[in-house]
Ligand binder design. Sequence first.
Ligand code: SF4
Length: 323
Amino acid sequence: MIMEGDPFVLIEGMTIAGLAVGATQGYIYLRIEYPHAKIALNQAIDAAYARGYLGENIQNSGKTFHLEVRSGAGAYICGEETSLLESLEGKRGLVRFKPPLPAIVGLFGKPTIVNNVISLASVPIILDKGGEYYRDYGMGRSRGTLPIQIAGNIKHPGLFEAAFGITLREILYTYGGGSASGRPIRAVQVGGPLGAYVHEGQFDTPLDYEAFAAMQAVLGHGGIVVHDDTSNMADMARYAMEFCVEESCGKCTPCRIGSTRGVEVIDKIVNNIEKDKNTVLLRDLCNTMTFGSLCAMGGMTPFPVLSALNHFPEDFGLSKDKA
Ligand code: SF4
């Protein structure tokens, strides 16, 4: 939304960040699936160069900052900062061991800061209007605004920006207009494909990083996918494991092997094969993935799986006490 709608705010934020850390080269790493963003960004970068806001001696300041867009081939794992750097270097997107942190040894061995669009796009307004202005939006330690994407089974899907603190219920019913099917909303997945499933009893939780962490969920990038009461949450748990199978970079065992075993174990549970034993095994596997994975891909896959199992055991053919 930001890259397509206001690419200059990202360019300005990156230029300020570059000048702040003494960097003279910036890259916008963009998945190939966003052709409109690529066009908008490249046009804006060309305009910025033409007006002296990028390049050598920016606005006669003696400062230099160059910026270019690089297309990624569409790997989810390249959102992880070290595999993003590998990909930028022209290699396969494989997660690096840390340390060293990218701020010490990053792109082509040089110190590199890696930030997401929302962080960098927030910089110009903070410098323009001051930290207090920005702080006045939001709640708790979650300050400012978040672009929220609402999709799935919802009457009014789309993108909108709101201050932290708005509740899920307001988003779902005031902005989203309820489910598209007209049926009750049963669960929403917040924060992307590795986000937890949140049930109806949690819809009054405000959008706040700490409040979500307290209920073993994540806010992530603010993506919300809505399910009505016809969705089977065991299928969704299986989908999360399958997603990890597809998108795992393969570097570490808990994620590479664990996700494949996870699909198999969920299949056994729903097919009544040693149900109790396999439920214990699934929890044990999720624990290994959470604490043994090298990055958040394997580490967070248990979020949707366990939230589905904990909140909707009946979809796995389990009673609450057996889940
Ligand atoms: S958790 Fe998965 S994606 Fe991350 S390093 Fe391990 S194998 Fe790669």
